[in-house]
Design a protein around this ligand. Structure first.
Ligand code: SER
Length: 535
């Protein structure tokens, strides 16, 4: 089964079982200060669990685009180095809002995996919540008993609160959960060590594929658990892992989802997958990051210099860096892969089709600009290393590494990577100290302190600019403004020929003459009908 069929099967199965198939919500979260990107399928249903919104249907299912690159879930630096982490991934899920609960959630999941997808039952293990005395919560015998209809007792494992009690955050809907794990090891290894012993032990061949959450409590602000009036189901299954399982692969990157893209990158770079570890890492990084960046742009998040935009820019730059260093690609190329991605995923995510031109254009521009920067930075680093060599030194200073970071967008790991390859080191503590100073400068620069107005005279200001360009005037009020570490004054005069900045109009500039003193007016602004001269 290819990935399209696997996804379609999931949806049709739940549709047949009375679920409404809903579209994935945007990967970019707006209006929730605690979250930049959607990181779980349930994000879009949070308000339904909290009883703030009524559901359209009591049973829904979907494939949700998720991105785990910031906050609590951040896998970015692992991506590419192993075979199962991703920035963007799809989470297949089914939900019941006060409708079916544990028994049916378990039945639906088990039947899909074993009957529809035909996964070998003997490779599956399940976990149930093992209770927590501090929370006054019992072992989830209820879920255990339902599982016993399908799996023998020795394949059911009690899990801790960390693994088997799912919480959305410090507050809010939560409940015990039950995970389905699969043992993908070869038969001889399975004969030696039972799979049950490797569940939740970070073995890359014994992995969780599906998490069924039984939402039945609300975690209150004081930390206590309050039973919810209604009980809900929230499940999440990693689509890329499922595809690996069903396609008999040991790595998510060996599935058609990634191999199709990796094949295209190989065509461009001439580097084949599976021949060299560093090349493979780079191919995985590019294939993964292409997805994250394209979906983010299609969802309206353009790369930029702050917040979510900066995260996207960093992901794209990470891909360009790996391609530059390990695939010898020195010109923009990622935008050429968008076509393949759209072919692969456009059916399920139409936004990718409609935004294709924009996605290509933005990626191309970002690549072009970053490659130019990268070249300049590399030249600078080479010069620095030559200088150090002539002095008999091998350590690049923290100040120099920071300059590269700050001016050329070189993250420390890139400088370290290049340095290491040429036999140099980087002074990391000094780099960190420079970074801390920079943060402090940025914090100061962002602050604007505006004093209260000092009122000299309560009169109104008269505008005389249609007839004159200069005026004899007296001060009505003034205030001090400190911003970006400079001190300015706002001054309101009783009459002025200066036109204010508004509606796209540039504010007039000029000079205040007071005896011998000439004080520049750098702008004229208007606020609550006050014409203010900024000096
Ligand atoms: N909310 C759960 C998770 O993210 C199940 O979907 O794992």
């Amino acid at each position: 089964m290819n990935s399209k069929e696997i996804r379609a099967r999931f949806k049709s199965y739940f549709e047949r079982n009375g679920h409404k198939i809903v579209p994935s919500s945007s990967m970019i979260v707006k209006g929730d200060p605690t979250l930049m990107f959607t990181n779980a399928g349930m994000n879009q249903f949070k308000d339904i669990f909290l009883g703030i919104r009524k559901p359209e249907s009591l049973r829904v299912a979907d494939s949700q685009k998720c991105l785990r690159v910031s906050g609590k879930h951040n896998d970015l630096e692992d991506v590419g180095h192993d075979t199962y982490h991703h920035t963007m991934f799809e989470m297949l899920g089914n939900w019941s809002f006060g409708d079916y609960f544990k028994e049916d959630a378990i039945r639906l999941a088990w039947n899909l995996l074993t009957e529809e997808y035909g996964i070998d039952k003997n490779r599956l293990y399940v976990t149930v919540f093992g209770g927590d005395p501090k929370e006054n919560l019992d072992i989830d015998h209820e879920a255990e008993n339902f599982w016993l209809k399908y799996v023998p007792k020795d394949r059911i494992i009690y899990g801790s609160k960390k693994d088997n009690f799912w919480e959305m955050g410090d507050q809010g809907p939560c409940g015990p959960c039950s995970e389905i794990h699969i043992d993908l090891r070869d038969d001889d290894e399975r004969a030696k060590v039972a799979g049950a012993e490797l569940v939740n032990k970070d073995n890359p061949q014994v992995i969780e594929i599906w998490n069924l959450v039984f939402i039945q409590y609300n975690r209150k602000a004081d930390g206590t658990l309050e039973p919810l009036p209604q009980k809900h189901i929230d499940t999440g299954m990693g689509f890329e892992r499922l595809c690996a399982v069903l396609q008999g692969k040991k790595s998510n990157y060996d599935t058609d989802i990634f191999q199709t893209i990796i094949g295209e990158i190989s065509k461009i770079s001439g580097k084949k997958y599976g021949q060299d570890n560093k090349t493979d890492i780079a191919l995985r990084v590019v294939a993964d990051h292409l997805r994250a960046v394209s979906f983010a742009i299609a969802d309206g998040q353009l790369p930029s210099n702050n917040k979510a935009g900066y995260v996207i820019r960093r992901i794209l730059r990470r891909a360009v860096r790996y391609a530059y260093s390990f695939l010898d690609i020195k010109t923009p190329f990622m935008y050429k892969l968008v076509d393949t991605l759209v072919d692969l995923m456009g059916d399920s995510f139409p936004e990718l089709v409609s935004q294709k031109t924009l996605v290509e254009k933005v990626i191309n521009e970002e690549e072009t600009v970053f490659l130019r920067t990268l070249e300049r930075g590399l030249r600078m680093l080479d010069t620095e290393m030559d200088k150090l060599k002539s002095e008999g030194k091998t350590e690049i200073s923290g100040v120099q590494a920071f300059l590269l970071y700050d001016t050329y967008g070189f993250p420390l790991d890139l400088t370290e990577l290049i340095a290491r390859e040429k036999g140099y080191t980087v002074n990391k503590p000094d780099f960190d100290a420079e970074m801390a100073k920079q943060k402090e400068r940025a914090r100061n620069a962002a602050e604007v302190n505006t004093d209260d107005w000092v009122i000299v005279d309560e009169a109104d200001c008269e505008f005389t600019g249609y007839d004159s360009l200069r005026e004899n005037a007296s001060i009505l009020r003034y205030r001090k403004v400190v911003q970006k570490n400079e001190t300015l004054y706002h001054i309101v005069f009783d009459r002025t020929p200066f036109y204010a900045e508004k509606g796209g109009q540039v504010g007039d500039k000029g000079v205040i003459v007071d005896g011998e003193k000439r004080i520049p007016i750098i702008n004229t602004i208007e606020e609550h009908n006050l014409r203010i001269h900024v000096t």
